[in-house]
Write a protein that binds this ligand. Structure first.
Ligand SMILES: [Zn+2]
Length: 66
């Protein structure tokens, strides 16, 4: 993730205690609530799906060419 030092991190509200936690913090400093890192997980799943697709398609393409 790119970090822009000219701008402060956007705040997100802790669902457990209501504190505004900077988005670069994955854990609330007050109550210890851990924010889900779903965005990064989604990106990883897309890459895995893409790689699997390529692995499945490459033998098919070489078969069609020969
Ligand atoms: Zn909290």
């Amino acid at each position: 993730m790119r970090v822009d030092l000219d701008h402060p991190f956007p705040l997100r509200e802790c669902p457990s205690c209501g504190l505004d936690v900077p988005s670069n913090e994955n854990r609330c400093p007050i109550c210890g609530y851990e924010f889900p890192t779903r965005g990064a997980m989604h990106r990883n799943l897309w890459w895995i799906a893409l790689i699997i697709l390529l692995v499945l398609l490459l033998p098919l393409l070489t078969m069609l060419r020969s």
